[in-house]
Design a protein around this ligand. Structure first.
Ligand SMILES: Nc1ncnc2c1ncn2[C@@H]1O[C@H](COP(=O)(O)OP(=O)(O)OP(=O)(O)O)[C@@H](O)[C@H]1O
Ligand SMILES: [Mg+2]
Length: 275
């Protein structure tokens, strides 16, 4: 992948090799909050075994879109097709039952409980009625499958690093084997090594055949792991890019400006490298 290839190229080998059937398809999805149009006419396709990054400036509508797919908000218009049929995601339980799992930015973990308890939080009863030993084995198996670095599943979450907490939240979301997993800012507030660890984890989730939607403000992380990059701007689609797009192209689509401080700086850096 080179810096100066254009966005017209087809997705790279890694996505076409693993990308499976169409899992999620949005057509004409809009959402109004009173007079505020948070989303207008959104189109989005996500396949099995694919990481789609959802990027955009503050207020672009990313979280609103994720909340619609998580069953937290209802769209004002448009259709959502999931697993081949049109669905109504009337509440979070419905979304989860259909196979849409969400890791919200605050992770919603219990600090004072251990890793096993957090992975099974709220799901200790049927259909996953398991005893402590079985839950521990299941937690270990899940974390091992993800090659996750959690030293001890009996450690309380309060003692874990930010990356390890993100890992626990992701493992928890995989418990019911969802078709789609959505991650809201999974690398925000993480250091370099922890970010790399979480990006590796996202790749492993993708390689297991799950469809992944990841929201991020970090273009480096997005390009490192995404198969496609969907840009939202002021609540509308503003282009689909591939990881070999330049920073300037992405920033232009995100901000709506063809020329701005960030792209000028990137251009200057590129010019210095070229001489
Ligand atoms: N519950 C709500 N009630 C009213 N307006 C809302 C609500 N939720 C979001 N909005 C508005 O919808 C628009 C999109 O917000 P959203 O939170 O989806 O943006 P975002 O892309 O996630 O931004 P950020 O990067 O800052 O998290 C904003 O104008 C926001 O003020
Ligand atoms: Mg948001």
């Amino acid at each position: 992948m080179t810096e100066n290839s254009t966005t017209t190229v087809e997705p790279g080998a890694r996505s076409s090799a693993t990308r499976g059937e169409l899992v999620l398809s949005l057509r004409g999805v809009s959402k109004h909050f009173g007079a505020v149009s948070a989303l207008t006419d959104i189109e989005l396709d996500v396949h099995a075994g694919e990481v789609v990054a959802l990027v955009g400036d503050n207020g672009a509508g990313k979280s609103t879109l994720v909340k619609i797919l998580a069953g937290v908000h209802q769209p004002s218009a448009g259709t959502i097709t999931f697993g081949g049929r049109e669905v109504t995601l009337s509440d979070p339980g419905t979304a989860l039952d259909l196979g849409i799992a969400t890791v919200f930015q605050d992770l919603a973990l219990c600090e004072n409980l251990d890793v096993v308890a957090n992975i099974f939080l709220g799901r200790e009863l049927s259909p996953l009625r398991l005893d402590e030993v079985s839950m521990e084995v299941r937690a270990w198996t899940l974390l091992n499958e993800l090659s996750a670095r959690i030293p001890n599943v009996r450690d309380v979450v309060a003692s874990l690093s930010g990356g390890q907490r993100q890992t626990v939240a992701i493992a928890r979301s995989l418990l019911l084997d969802p078709k789609l997993i959505m991650l809201d800012e999974p690398t925000a507030a993480l250091g370099v090594a922890q970010t790399a660890e979480v990006l590796n984890l996202i790749e492993r989730v993708r390689d297991r055949g799950h469809a992944v939607i990841m929201i991020s403000h970090n273009m480096e992380d997005v390009r490192a792991v995404a198969d496609r990059i969907v840009v939202l701007r002021l609540g509308r689609n503003n282009g689909v890019f591939y990881p070999d797009s330049s920073n300037a192209e992405l920033v232009a689509a995100i901000t709506g400006a063809t020329e701005n401080a960030v792209s000028r700086r990137a251009g200057r850096r590129q010019a210095q490298q070229d001489v």
